[in-house]
Design a protein around this ligand. Sequence first.
Ligand SMILES: Cc1cc2nc3c(=O)[nH]c(=O)nc-3n(C[C@H](O)[C@H](O)[C@H](O)COP(=O)(O)O)c2cc1C
Length: 367
Amino acid sequence: MAADLSVEVNGMHFENPFVLGSGPPGTNARVIAKSFDLGWGGVVIKTISLDASKVINTAPRYGKLRSRESNEVIGFENIELISDRPFEVWLEELAELKRRYPNKMLIASIMEEYDRSAWQQIVERTQATGVDAFELNLSCPHGLPERKMGMAMGEDPDLVEEVVGWVKEVSAIPVWAKMTPNVGHIALPAGAAIRAGADGISAINTILSVIAINLDTLRPQPTVEGHTVPGGYSGQAVRPIALRHIMEIARAYPDVPISGMGGIFTGDDAAEFFLMGSHTVQVCTGAMLRGYKVISELKQELAAFMDKHSFEHISDFIGKSLPYFTTHADLVERQRIARAGGGGRGNQDAETWKGEIDQETDALTTN
Ligand SMILES: Cc1cc2nc3c(=O)[nH]c(=O)nc-3n(C[C@H](O)[C@H](O)[C@H](O)COP(=O)(O)O)c2cc1C
């Protein structure tokens, strides 16, 4: 394998760019240690808060969307909250993990209420364990916004700027701000975080969704005692939306490292995120559905992509597809010039394209 998969981000050395995303895969020290042993370059732990006793989960809390053809799970919804394990237990586990795995990147995902002292307390106590960086969960779309946490902060650029500012006042390690996709222009909250000093941006968290309605009971899923709340959508189906959001952040803030995620299941999927400007990638639902061992395949597939293009380092292709985004008017103009020059079809172009577009529509509608 000629390709070098290691990356440097904010002074951190990742032996490979594959990081487990915050969620069930990083739920306690035992599974985090297992993922390090299997070869993941880093882990973002399940989001923690100071008072876990306020976190009460329901069962069931997951819903699945399956392909009609293959029955494969293509979309996944959860109404899971942040970690319900005590903060003090987490502090012990984080310190122990750093002792055992000094060269693996351990990133603490944290979340607090709209309260400067709470944010600063969680930062100071957590960084004392030796974790390498923080990821601020400003983006969980369900449950927590009822306490003015998560997406309730992340969708408001002023709140993002204020909270990231509080964290930066006391943080001695890099801070990544994790964005919600449930906004019209993700570059606005991302820009607010960067103005407040965020060292990196993580995106995307889950997309607010209703996964399905049971047509026998007429109840929306997942049903808890007959009722539900909209949840967070993840998995392969969200990948195109995630790529678009990464593209928008990367074009607006080309110098700020992005940790990209949303539907990454293969090394080729990851390559697309680097081409859109990510510096590391995170995998959550993919690891839940395919298992932690998938890391060896992810690394092999990414290395094969790099070999195919003679890329030696990840940095050789970060953002390499971004210059190809333009405006619709520019597409029309490029098409006009290309057809006029190449095909010699001159002024008949508009008619010719119309014919091709009609053919494309016919092919779809007759299948
Ligand atoms: C069951 C589940 C629980 C999650 N919990 C968290 C969490 O505690 N904190 C967080 O920042 N993101 C959480 N996420 C979001 C993921 O980290 C990730 O942003 C999102 O699912 C998109 O990536 P994916 O398609 O690889 O899962 C959770 C996702 C799932 C599926």
